[in-house]
Design a protein around this ligand. Structure first.
Ligand SMILES: *[C@@H]1O[C@H](CO)[C@@H](O)[C@H](O)[C@H]1NC(C)=O
Ligand SMILES: *[C@@H]1O[C@H](CO)[C@@H](O)[C@H](O)[C@H]1NC(C)=O
Ligand SMILES: *[C@@H]1O[C@H](CO)[C@@H](O)[C@H](O)[C@H]1NC(C)=O
Ligand SMILES: *[C@@H]1O[C@H](CO)[C@@H](O)[C@H](O)[C@H]1NC(C)=O
Ligand SMILES: *[C@@H]1O[C@H](CO)[C@@H](O)[C@H](O)[C@H]1NC(C)=O
Length: 122
């Protein structure tokens, strides 16, 4: 059931995000397309199972994932409700990509992503 999976995903991400002090940013963007400093929460296993880490980013600036998440990010979400993050197979935001937005993708398969870049859609 899609709805039930969605609710389970919300619960999983809420629990995972609650495991450290960084609050979820639920502001509505005042100015879509504007610059923003945010955080991408990534985990090496599906369903936000540890190890996990926060990667800070600035809107539209590429960030390389690092070990143990490089090529092994199996679940990820921005820690805000308005950014869309593209995960790329190659370093420096090269190669093919998928996008994630809150509450993220809890089972990125295959987990072959090496870098990301986020934007606030206009
Ligand atoms: C984001 O952080 C960088 C580095 O600290 C800072 O120079 C920049 O002004 C910040 N941008 C925004 C939109 O807050
Ligand atoms: C990420 O950003 C948060 C909030 O601005 C800051 O407290 C933290 O130190 C940053 N982490 C890194 C690794 O820069
Ligand atoms: C990630 O994958 C790329 C391309 O397959 C490879 O060149 C790189 O060594 C891998 N890095 C890690 C840490 O697995
Ligand atoms: C990384 O990407 C930036 C922005 O697209 C580009 O200017 C830079 O040359 C790239 N670096 C490498 C090593 O590809
Ligand atoms: C990402 O990693 C590539 C390959 O190591 C490097 O050339 C590039 O400068 C890095 N990009 C950023 C944004 O750190």
């Amino acid at each position: 059931m899609i709805i039930s999976n969605f609710i389970q995903s919300l619960i999983a991400v809420a629990m995972a995000l609650g495991s450290d002090a960084t609050p979820l940013d639920v502001r509505s963007p005042q100015d879509p397309g504007t610059l923003f400093n945010g955080t991408l929460f990534v985990c090496a296993f599906p369903n936000y199972v540890l190890p996990c880490a926060n990667f800070n980013y600035s809107t539209d600036v590429c960030v390389n994932l690092t070990v143990p998440f490089m090529n092994s990010t199996a679940s990820a979400t921005p820690r805000d409700t308005f950014s869309i993050c593209a995960l790329f197979t190659g370093p420096n935001c090269t190669g093919s990509s998928i996008t994630v937005s809150y509450p993220g993708n809890s089972n990125i398969n295959p987990p072959t992503y090496a870098s990301f870049r986020c934007t606030i859609p206009v």
